[in-house]
Every structure is written in C-alpha cells, then in structure tokens.
Design a protein around this ligand. Sequence first.
Ligand code: SAH
Ligand code: SF4
Ligand code: F3S
Length: 487
Amino acid sequence: MYNEIDWDKIDVTTEPPTEEPARQYYFMAKCREWVKGFEQENGRLPAACIQTFGCQMNARDSEKILGILKCIGYMETGSEDADLVVFNTCTVRENANLKVYGRIGQLKKYKAKNPGMVTMVCGCMMQQKESVEKIKKSYRNVDIIFGTHNIYKFAELLAMKLLDSPDSKKMVIDVWENAMEIVESLPAERKYPFKSGVNIMYGCNNFCSYCIVPYVRGRERSRKPEDIIAEIEGLVKDGVSEVMLLGQNVNSYGKNLEKPVTFTELLEKVERINGLKRIRFMTSHPKDLSDGLIEFMGRSEKLCRHIHLPLQSGSSRLLKIMNRHYTKEDYLLLVDKIKKAVPDIAITTDIITGFPGETEEDFNETLDVIEKACYDNAFTFIYSKRTGTPAASMDGQVPEDVVKERFNRLLEAVHRSTARKAAQYLGKTYDVLVEEVNAQEEGYVTGRTGQNYLVHFKGSKNLIGRIVPVRLCESRGFYYYGELAGD
Ligand code: SAH
Ligand code: SF4
Ligand code: F3S
C-alpha cells in the first residue's frame, strides 16, 4: 500500500521509470525534495487548496489529488490564498462553467501577493477545447491544465512546473482525448475516516441525448474486481465501515472486463469483506437494473436501503428522444419491484424539465411519476444546452418563463412526496452512522440513516464513526431530529 512507501529508497538522481505507478512515486519523491527546500526557506510547509465543482466522481478525483499532495508534503487548507490551488471542474450544465471562470479570475489577487503560487485547473470542463482556449486567452494566471483521463499523472505535472520551469509564464497543458490504462495503487485521501467512495468504473457509454458526460469522461471502463476488493479491504483495515461504490452507471459494471463480472457478483464479493458494515452505490441506470440485483438488495445485510434511480422525465415519448431506453411503465414497474423486495427503501432521483419539445402533457407525466413513485428526494434540473450533444440541435427549445414555472411545480411535487415519506418514517428507529458533531447545536451530533437521511440527535463526540439506533422524532423536510433509542 502507498502509505508504507519508503521514500528514501526511490532514487531521484536517475531517469524516471516508464512503468506506472512507479513513475508517479518517482515524481512524488522529487516534489518532496522541493517541499524540503520550501520548508527551509519559509519555515512552514506549502499549503494546498482543492475545490471540487462536480459530482461524487469528481469529488473522488479530488481525494486522489489530495492523497498525492499529502504524500508530497503539502498541508491542506480551505483558503484559496494558498501556495497551490486546484479547481476540479464540472461541465454538466452551462452555469457550472460560468462559476469556474469567475472563480479563476478571483485567484489573480492571491497570485499578485504570492508570485510562487501555482494554479491548476482540471476535471470535465477541461476536456472541452473551447474551455481550454478561453483560459489560455483570458486567464493567464493558470499554470497547469489537465483533464479527466490523466489525474494519476498529477505529481509529474506538478514537477514540471515546480522543478523544470518555476519562473516560466508558459502554461503546462496536458489533456488527453481518450482514456489509457487504469493505474492502480496510487494514494487517495478521504473526508471522513470511517467512510469512503470507491470507483468501480469510469466513463459512460449511454449517450443520453442531453448529456455531456460521455464526451468528457470517455467510454466505460471497469476496474478489476480483485483491485476493488483489495482497495476496500485496505480501507476497512484503516477504519472504514461504509463504502459508496461509484460509477456513472454501476449496473453495467464488469461488461468490458476480460473475464466479465456482473455488478451483483461484485456486490456479493464486497458483502463478504469482514469488518465492512455498510455498502452504498451510485448511480443506477434504470435500463440496466437487473432482477438479480433487486433480489440481492432484498437479502443483503450490508446494502443500505437507498437507491438513486434517475428518472429524467416521466414521458415515454421524451425518454425515447433522450435515448434512455425505458418507458414510464418500465420505470414504475421497476420501482414497484424494488419496493416489494426492500421495504422501507428510500428512492431518490434526478429530473430534468425543459428538454427540447417538452409539452405540458409530457411534463404532467413527470408529475404523475413523482406522485406514484413517491420519492424521498429528487435533484431537479432545468435543461441546459450542451454543445456537441444531439439535444443541442433539436427543435423546440422551451421558453425560459415556461421552464421556470414548470420547475417550481416540480419542486412542489417533490416536497409533497418527501412529506408523505416522512409520515412513514416518523416514530421508527433506524441505524445511524454518526458523522460529526453538530456545529450549530451544542451537545448534538449528526449522522445518516441507511436511507441517507441526515439526523441530528443528542450525543457526544465519542459516537463519531459508530453505528447506533436512533428514533426519528421530527421531520424538517430532508433531515430529521431524533433520539438515541434505548435512552
Ligand atoms: N450518470 C448519472 C448522472 C450524471 S449527471 C445518471 O445517468 O444518472 C447528473 C444529472 O445531471 C443527470 O442525471 C441529469 O438529470 C442531469 N443532467 C445531465 N445533463 C444535463 C443537461 N444538459 N441539462 C440539465 N441537466 C442535466
Ligand atoms: Fe449522462 Fe446518461 Fe451517462 Fe448518466 S447515463 S452520465 S445521464 S449519458
Ligand atoms: Fe460534472 Fe463531470 Fe460529474 S461533468 S457531473 S463532474 S462526471
């Protein structure tokens, strides 16, 4: 494992090795030498700030970058007034892009004060040529740009700036169009000591007609089950009791492996890991969710009772144009099967309104599914045109005022559905993994139920990381107040 690396054994006076991950450990060792020099000169370690703009996959990538930075010797800081700032971007909707440009501009003031500061921009937005061009032209304060496929090369890229050309104004730009091999055994940090995300696959093959993700994350690639299991076993040894298996469509895990494995088979292996207490996964595409998985969800002792099942639209007509490969009826049937197999399961979803050509009738079908599926929560989005996707050139873009009005009705429908769910949960006792001391209320801690609801209850900080039974007493929409059961 990486945390047992003997840095003195890496000879940085020779040429770098060509094989991975040895090559990256060589560059980490080189950067460590630089950190020593920095510390001698400044009497402190260099500080690094990583900002994540996107989804769980993006957040996990940030943890990998932080893992490498910690190995190198950087201290983590939440302030952008730092020696190294990394923006890990998202481009799923247009407003995500706009936010990033504004924030890069704001970094200029810190660089003026600290000319040695290194600014890096990476992530999904950097896979798009227009975005890289715009930064090259208007944001010369950026030093290094890289994409989603070469995050593992972070130390090498940083070394190019710190060691080879510290005074050069030239931007280092390294964005790959296609993904290469999956590099295993690199460091990764995590936000909480007791839970962690674990990538099981990268990329997406689905090409939903509105979505940019397949273009910026590349084709689907699954990690080998033995690598995933070894990572989780390592995490458990290190104090982790909950893992979230991550992929854009976990239900199609394993199809492209040399020896194909299904997602359910992978889950069965993960379930057998001693010491692991909870398993989550995200995201499930309804078209690939198998009966085998539903059956496993019913009998598993470790899978949390929560599934995120993106609907996108309730209109079968629109679902076809969205290239989702299921109808409204298929979706509702699936929800019924899941609810039968796993009583008390929480179902959450993603919904888009304003897709090109969406009529009032289509929209009412979406409201109907919300009513029937009775979601615990839904992430609702206004359709955003993404250049290069099929939907961007479709006729019938819906006027802004119509979409806004529909969006409000969508929110109301989701609130009604959440309230109905709360009525079912109140008074019952659920296992809660305690995450942190509640910063707002003294004497309270906060944790999550298997259904993924946040619960605040009276308790001390020595409960953190433990799973305890909590009775839900009061609902505040998407979170609850409860009390330790048995008290
Ligand atoms: N792989 C996941 C979702 C990834 S993107 C899945 O298939 O469920 C997260 C969500 O962003 C999507 O579910 C969708 O609801 C939303 N989204 C994607 N592209 C969008 C666009 N162009 N406009 C608005 N919302 C979008
Ligand atoms: Fe996008 Fe569809 Fe892939 Fe999800 S499944 S990432 S919505 S293309
Ligand atoms: Fe955004 Fe990339 Fe995730 S576009 S939603 S960060 S995969």
